[in-house]
Design a protein around this ligand. Structure first.
Ligand code: PHE
Length: 463
């Protein structure tokens, strides 16, 4: 009875699509292709896949099991596992709370570009200074951020089954078809340079998939490894409380191990296809040096490329921003759910009330993020070497400091304090086989905390 009142996914497909919806986000599209192009192409891909099957598998299984076992939101789940370790729950809830406002700001940028391309004004978006002009504005970014936030709020207000599950079941398959469509298109692009040479999308693909090992010594290999790990960690939405919240709605009879594998395959496949979509196009129109990551890829380079494609560019651009929007909404709603479910469980609130409170809080903080580009503009040098505004500070603290801390503490709690059977028993409670048991134990006790510790020290600028 209690389970029913907190909502459950209808079946394991709904759960897998929702978790994959959270995992597939801006990181897959604007960071993965860039890292792969920079870090040795196929070499990065192989390392990433190996890490997904080991490290990703370990942390996904752990968090989802914690959620399903405790039937609690991130804020209260850790307390149920161990009274003295309840503080991890606070961290795991503060992370999505901090991410939500700036994710909405970026989601708003995506809506703006989608509307621009849909209304046939894609060419304007290709002009130098267009993106800067937009985000430094005082009204438009706020309105678009509000629209994105409202969309997430409505879905979360509708609840687990009618909101999250339904949205994921509609958006994820469409997103997948759109990514495949643009990826295939991207491979067919060819262009004759002013010097007469023909450049093709297939040549660009080679940069992405063929491993480049020249100049890769131990030090370089280590860097590629840490890049892949950081990306995987972010990409699978690990240590943000999300998987605990979603896991708590997972039906008890669903196969957890199989679901974890499916989520990983979906996320990695979309990241790979995003590379096939982006890298050949960038290569043809901008050359191998044109690859960048983050907002400048999506909001500056790609609009220029769409403009070069002529009329077709408006269509491709519209489809592209529609798919990015779907990816952003399914991630945005998962962040909001982590916070809302925490409010509900901890303060015994109704879903409606918790959603309203989180919407107002995210709106206020979101305003600060938007105004960080005008009224409140300043520049700060962050310990990891980058320079940023309010958005970047929130991103840095949540993703680079707090997330590794949550993940390391979770590994210690499960691997050493409570013992691994807490997770394995939950994952196999319907008699499923747990093929990678020895692996799991070694990962959660030693390898994962060690790698995460190195990642944290690197983020802090110590290593
Ligand atoms: N996992 C998402 C991605 O790869 C990012 C994300 C961040 C999702 C924060 C949810 C919360 O882009």
């Amino acid at each position: 009875m209690k389970e029913k009142s907190r909502g459950t996914f209808n079946g394991s497909i709904g759960f897998v699509l929702a978790a994959a919806g959270s995992a597939v986000g801006l990181g897959n599209i604007w960071r993965f292709p860039f890292l792969a192009a920079r870090d040795g192409g196929g070499l990065f891909l192989v390392i990433y896949i190996v890490l997904a099957l080991t490290f990703g598998f370990t942390l996904l299984t752990t968090e989802i099991s914690i959620g399903r076992k405790t039937k609690q939101s991130p804020l209260t789940a850790y307390k149920k596992l161990h009274e003295k370790w309840s503080w991890i729950g606070i961290f795991a809830c503060v992370v999505p709370f901090m991410i939500m406002p700036y994710y909405c700001a970026i989601g708003g940028w995506v809506i703006k570009y989608f509307v621009t391309f849909l209304t046939g004004s894609g060419k304007e978006a290709a002009a130098d200074g267009y993106f800067g002009g937009f985000i430094t504005g005082t009204v438009e970014p706020v309105i678009y951020m509000g629209i994105f936030l409202l969309a997430c709020s409505v879905i979360i207000y509708l609840g687990v089954e009618k909101g999250i599950e339904k949205t994921s079941k509609i958006m994820m398959p469409i997103l997948f078809v759109m990514v495949v469509g643009i990826a295939v298109f991207s491979l067919t692009i060819r262009r004759t340079n002013p010097d007469g040479a023909v450049v093709t999308g297939l040549q660009g693909l080679k940069i992405f998939v063929i491993p480049r090992l020249d100049g890769i010594g131990i030090k370089e290999f280590f860097h590629v490894l840490m890049d892949a790990l950081g990306q995987l960690f972010y990409s699978l939405s690990i240590a943000m409380g999300i998987l605990i919240a979603y896991g708590s709605y997972m039906p008890d009879d669903a196969n957890l191990v199989k679901s974890v594998n499916q989520i990983e395959i979906f996320d990695t496949l979309v990241a790979f296809l995003a590379g096939v979509m982006v890298i050949p196009a960038v290569y043809v129109f901008m050359g191998p040096e044109g690859m960048s990551s983050g907002p400048s890829l999506m909001f500056e380079s790609l609009p220029k490329i769409f403009a070069e494609m002529g009329v077709l560019g408006d269509i491709v651009g519209t489809v592209f921003f529609a798919l990015v929007l779907f990816a952003a909404i399914t991630s945005g709603m998962s962040i909001m759910e982590a916070v809302v479910s925490s409010f509900m469980d901890r303060f015994k609130m109704t879903r409606t009330r918790a959603t309203k409170i989180e919407t107002v809080l995210a709106l206020v903080l979101g305003l600060l993020v938007c105004f960080g580009y005008n009224f409140l503009y300043f520049e700060v040098k962050l310990p990891n070497g980058s320079t940023g505004q309010i958005l970047d500070i929130m991103d840095y603290v949540s993703n680079y400091i707090m997330m590794p801390i949550v993940a390391i503490s979770t590994c210690i709690l499960i691997g050493w304090v409570l013992k691994v059977d807490v997770v394995i028993d939950e994952a196999t409670k319907n008699g499923e086989s747990f093929g990678r048991r020895g692996f799991y134990v070694a990962m959660i006790r030693y390898i994962a905390p060690l790698l995460l510790g190195i990642l944290l020290l690197m983020s802090l600028g110590i290593l």
